[in-house]
Write a new protein. Structure first.
Length: 233
């Protein structure tokens, strides 16, 4: 399967294994990943998508609405899906208390100074139980045919494994998380020492603390972000 599907599948597998109730996807673009996670109502109760680009957020919003089959399966739990326009560099109260934050191919679109705010917002302020971050591994780039420079014109940087891991370990020390590294898109033959095409960090909050989502049923209204779409199953 193409790389972007492998990235989504990685998150779907994680959700199936760890069964988070509240999941927020940062930089969700046209909500493709949310469209897959909505089929996991045996655990997921709240799905939120955030992007700075309102047009791409709304492009495929209809794919998030209930299907006929959703009404035919009363055993499914309740599910709310919300889409917000906003920047991941800003603190938004309604993004706190999540079990899982996902950031698929987002950070390399931020300026390095913005990555600092992003780290503080996600790990320091939102402080979710777990965070999944994927970003290109620049060590893999020589294997991509015809590539000169970055993989996308909008990328502000592309990190080697040690650059990504250096940032990740610093974030862990600062905000009390642990991280494990993996990826998707494997090289073949003699090229195995370059790592994965997409590198992924899976962060786990160290202090246990009953998750807010387990104790709080209240979900705050947005104060910085703009709510563009909400559907309740
Ligand atoms: N996660 C999606 C995926 O894997 O298909 C889309 C990734 S796309 C390459 C990066 C997305 O990040 C774009 O939709 C862009 O609008 C969004 N983005 C860039 N800067 C952002 C910011 N500061 N806050 C929120 N979203 C941002």
């Amino acid at each position: 399967p193409p790389l972007y599907r492998q990235r989504y599948q990685f998150v779907v597998d994680y959700v199936q294994t760890y069964r988070p109730r509240k999941v927020i996807d940062l930089g969700c673009a046209d909500c493709c990943l949310l469209g897959k996670l909505k089929f996991h109502r045996d655990c997921v109760q709240l799905l939120v998508g955030v992007d700075i680009n309102a047009a791409s957020l709304l492009k495929r919003r209809r794919s998030l609405a209930p299907l006929m089959s959703d009404y035919l399966q009363p055993s499914n739990g309740p599910l709310t899906i919300e889409l917000y326009q906003g920047s991941v560099t800003e603190r938004e109260p309604c993004t706190r208390g999540f079990d899982l934050v996902t950031c698929v191919e987002l950070i390399e679109h931020l300026e390095l100074a913005e990555v600092e705010s992003f780290s503080d917002v996600v790990f320091g302020y939102m402080a979710p139980g777990a965070v999944i971050i994927s970003t290109p591994n620049s060590e893999f780039n020589p294997l991509l045919p015809g590539l000169r420079g970055f993989r996308n014109y909008d990328h502000k940087f592309e990190w080697t494994r040690s650059e990504f891991q250096g940032w990740a370990y610093r974030v862990c020390r600062e905000y009390g998380y642990s991280v494990q590294f993996t990826g998707v898109g494997e090289a073949f033959d003699c090229w195995t020492d370059v790592g994965f095409c997409t590198q992924i960090g899976v962060f786990q909050r160290n202090y246990d603390g009953t998750n807010w989502s387990m104790t709080t049923t209240e979900h705050l209204e947005p104060s910085v972000y703009r709510l563009l779409y909400r559907v309740v199953y």
